[in-house]
Design a protein around this ligand. Structure first.
Ligand SMILES: [Zn+2]
Length: 127
């Protein structure tokens, strides 16, 4: 497939879909503090067949719950709100996984998430 496609010349002055206003913002409730917020400002936790996991992509299938990206909300959520929202009981493994994630969160401010990987434990065998 190395064909040259003729680029169609569009009439000037037409901008496709430029000033569209997205009025509908999906909202979710934080299971920690019960505040209703825009979905993208919350972290999704999803119940999978193999346990409860943090879903940073927000796209995993399964029953989901939403929590602020701050520790106080996670602490509260882990005390009961989360299990309740997911209609499941958190196993010890779930709890460990969630607490590990929680420990990477800021103390008490809703800052935007960074895509940083806290553990880069790549082993390089150098002979
Ligand atoms: Zn909250």
């Amino acid at each position: 497939m190395a064909g040259k496609l003729a680029t169609p010349v569009l009439p000037k002055g037409r901008v496709a879909g430029s000033a569209r206003k997205a009025k509908h913002v999906p909202q979710r409730t934080c299971v920690g503090c019960r505040t209703v917020l825009a979905k993208r400002t919350l972290i999704r936790v999803v119940r999978r067949s193999d346990g409860v996991a943090v879903d940073l992509s927000g796209k995993l299938a399964g029953r989901g719950a939403y929590i602020h990206n701050r520790k106080s909300c996670w602490e509260r959520a882990l005390k009961g709100g989360l299990a309740n929202a997911l209609k499941t009981a958190l196993t010890t493994e779930d709890r460990q996984r969630l607490e590990e994630f929680m420990s990477s969160l800021p103390e008490d401010s809703a800052e935007p998430l960074t895509g940083k990987d806290p553990q880069t434990g790549a082993e390089v065998s150098n002979a």
